[in-house]
Ligand binder design. Structure first.
Ligand code: NDP
Length: 257
């Protein structure tokens, strides 16, 4: 799927996007895809060096981007970043809540910290940024919020009670905010994407177990590519996605079929 000719295209010129977890993996691919489609992209994560590489990649492709180092679980830091983006561009059209972590262990051994860190990074962050985004989008009367959940939010996965809870939380949150934002007078959509196993550092960490998962559990018998998730985001962000809201879109090679 890396062949650009096979990928969808959309014109996002004049639009402003903010992508969390943009320093690597799926978020990086989303940021680059939105940037190449013409959006000015605010790239958010903690690692500033890596963010600068992503910004450089977008700029090299003729796009516009900025790096914003921030811990997405930190309320003040998130608000500061959001305000800086609004000040620079006077609008925010697309917010992609993608930052996420795992702290996998079976429930009897799960520490308070394992629980709190995952819920804060994966779920609290979505609340913080969505709250800030809706305030601006309601004034604009337009906007797209796309939250990256997981198949682990749709079904159980041993060792991931904290992660599954955070990702299932994103789904309920998405559905409620979509209903709050939907109206004849406003064009604001809020959706969630549930990836299955996608080839990134997060799945690399599974080591040899990953091969077993692919062979045994994924009907497509391969991992998904970050570009496949980025294309779904692009579709939701584009004009074609205007009537899709409150939905949970699963891209998993048949894993949950
Ligand atoms: P990676 O581990 O490759 O990347 C995670 C990203 O999140 C990094 O950019 C990281 O940047 C950022 N991040 C983590 N913690 C914070 C924080 N506190 N503040 C700001 N940024 C943070 O993960 P993937 O690309 O694989 O996953 C992206 C999203 O997709 C996650 O939400 C994940 O749960 C979800 N997902 C992934 C799947 C997969 O198979 N890969 C499957 C299903 C869902 P930095 O370290 O610089 O802060």
């Amino acid at each position: 799927m890396s062949d650009d000719a096979k990928r969808i295209s959309a014109d996002l010129s004049g639009q402003v996007a903010l992508v969390t977890g943009a320093s690597r993996g799926i978020g990086r691919e989303i940021a680059v895809t939105l940037g190449k489609a013409g959006a000015a992209v605010a790239c958010v994560a903690r690692n500033e060096e890596k963010l600068k590489e992503v910004v450089a990649e977008i700029q090299a492709a003729g796009g516009q981007a900025g790096a914003f180092a921030c811990d997405v679980a930190d309320s003040d830091a998130v608000q500061k970043v959001f305000d800086a983006v609004v000040e620079a561009h006077e609008r925010v059209d697309i917010v992609v809540n993608n930052a996420g972590i795992t702290r996998d262990t079976l429930i009897p051994r799960m520490t308070d910290e394992d629980w709190d860190q995952v819920i804060a990074t994966n779920l609290r962050s979505v609340f913080l940024l969505t709250r800030a985004a809706t305030q601006v989008m309601m004034r604009q009367k337009t906007g797209r919020i796309i939250n990256i959940s997981s198949v682990s939010g749709l079904m159980g996965n041993p060792g991931q009670a904290n992660y599954s809870a955070s990702k299932a939380g994103i789904i309920g949150f998405t559905q409620t905010v979509a209903r709050e934002m939907a109206s004849r007078k406003r064009k604001i959509t809020v959706n969630a994407i549930c990836p299955g196993f996608i080839a990134t550092e997060m799945t690399d960490a599974l080591g040899p177990a990953l091969d077993e998962e692919v062979k045994k559990r994924i009907p497509a018998q391969r991992l998904g590519e970050a570009s496949e998730i980025a294309d779904a985001v692009l579709y939701l962000a584009s004009g074609s996605g205007a009537y899709i809201t409150g939905q949970v879109i699963t891209l998993d090679g048949g894993l949950t079929a």
